[in-house]
Design a protein around this ligand. Structure first.
Ligand code: HEM
Length: 385
């Protein structure tokens, strides 16, 4: 439905009252008692009361002369005109029914020099079948998906698709309700010369045979940034959720060995995801809860952007706790009888606490994830290395 004009909105008045009163709309799942977020969409109680009163009064139009000017929407890229567009070279066919394995499409950037990315956006070619897109940066020398022919959709052998999280990075992604990433001046992502973009395409059959050709748009920074932005993740892929368990807990933790600042968090689970939380333990032992999502909803893959910059000194531990509901009481549960493990499809599960951090522009990414080696312990390179 469209809410662009009074005529279009009026028939929805009761549904709007209902959706805002139960806080189903606008979609936002952070517990208000933990952290403050600069992209918080929660409506103040006074707005909800005003919308309800309007619906109860029969949704009157009011005086059209008092109406604000209609908003004008720009058709096209949210990031403005891209400096670089990377497109799947050909249409991919999605059958009317059945499961489509994740397709990986390698697109060489052709960049001859390192570039800093201020904004990036993934645009599905066909929203009816694109469940999500993740655009990874594959740096030169990475062995990830080495058998994939550039431009040709590729399905890696089971277990053969693991990405070097340490070596490769995220550029951008798309899921419904997720705005494009436009970084503030002074922050940017690094796209090294000779990098490829790897699109992870998750398609879902829609009952009708369809095709898709998605694109990535990139706007380069006008000046060199002060900080480099990276996506990291706290993850556990070894869990086994018993059939019927309504509150299965999974924990994961990651230590950051270089200083950084936290700029965003995105909890990710699948249909049995129930609750998710993030906290940090600083090197001095102080603990801080950063985000609590007590009622997770797989339909909303939302970034939560802290209102205040969180400084994470070297040695900070980022920990996440997930709860899964594999019982028949979970209406989204595709099979309460199943024992559930990590997997890519929605009926399998994931446990990822993605987070974006800003780090020193000259960082060696490996130093973020491993303790600095003592010089006295340095191991000489073996011959042939
Ligand atoms: C005050 C702001 C908003 C109002 C009054 C509103 C109202 C509604 C209503 C009445 C419905 C249909 C009834 C229902 O499913 O309960 C709905 C569904 C929906 N809204 Fe909103 N909405 C708001 C904000 C948003 C925002 C910010 C987004 C996207 C980021 C969004 C995305 C959607 C989607 C995708 C659906 C379909 C959900 C489904 O099929 O389950 N809405 N909204």
């Amino acid at each position: 439905m469209s809410f662009l004009s009074y005529q279009e909105t009026r028939p929805w008045a009761k549904a709007i009252k209902q959706a805002v009163t139960v806080r189903k709309m606008p979609p936002w799942y952070a517990d208000p008692h933990t952290g403050e977020f600069r992209n918080d969409r929660t409506l103040p109680a006074s707005d909800i009361a005003q919308i309800s009163a309007w619906a109860d009064a029969g949704a009157p139009e009011g005086n059209p002369a008092d109406a604000p000017k209609p908003l004008s929407f720009v058709e096209g890229w949210q990031i403005g005109r891209p400096d670089l567009i990377l497109e799947m070279p050909s249409e991919f066919s999605i059958p009317s029914q059945g499961t489509v394995e994740y397709q990986y499409v390698v697109i060489p950037t052709g960049l001859k020099e390192d570039r800093w990315v201020q904004a990036a956006e993934a645009r599905p070619g066909n929203r009816a079948v694109v469940h999500h897109i993740i655009a990874f940066i594959r740096e030169p020398g990475s062995k990830w998906l080495k058998d994939a022919v550039p431009g040709v959709p590729f399905v890696p052998a089971k277990g053969g698709h693991e990405r070097g999280v340490m070596a490769d990075d995220n550029l951008t992604g798309f899921a419904p309700g997720m705005p494009a990433e436009i970084l503030p001046p002074g922050q940017a992502r690094l796209l090294k010369a000779g990098s490829d973009i790897v699109l992870q395409m998750h398609y879902t059959a829609s009952g009708k045979a369809q095709s898709d050709r998605s694109r990535i748009g990139v706007v380069f920074a006008k000046a060199p940034p002060r900080k480099r932005v990276l996506t990291a993740a706290v993850s556990n892929q070894k869990f086994v959720i018993p059939p019927g368990d309504s509150n299965y807990r999974v924990d994961a933790e990651l230590t950051l060995y270089s200083p950084s600042t936290l700029i965003g968090m995105l909890p990710h689970m699948h249909l049995r995801g129930k609750a998710f939380s993030y906290r940090v333990t600083y090197p001095d032992g102080r603990r801080e809860d950063l985000l609590n999502v007590p009622k997770y909803d797989f339909n909303w893959q939302l970034w939560y952007l802290p209102a205040e910059v969180k400084v994470l000194p070297a040695g900070t531990k980022v920990a996440c706790t997930a709860f899964f509901d594999n019982s028949a009481n979970n209406p989204a549960n595709p099979d309460p009888q199943a024992e559930v493990r990590y997997g890519e499809q929605s009926w399998e599960e994931m446990m990822f606490g993605f987070f974006n951090i800003a780090v020193d522009v000259n960082i060696n990414k490996m130093d973020l994830y491993r303790p600095k080696r003592e010089t006295s312990q340095a191991v000489p390179a073996k011959s042939g290395d």
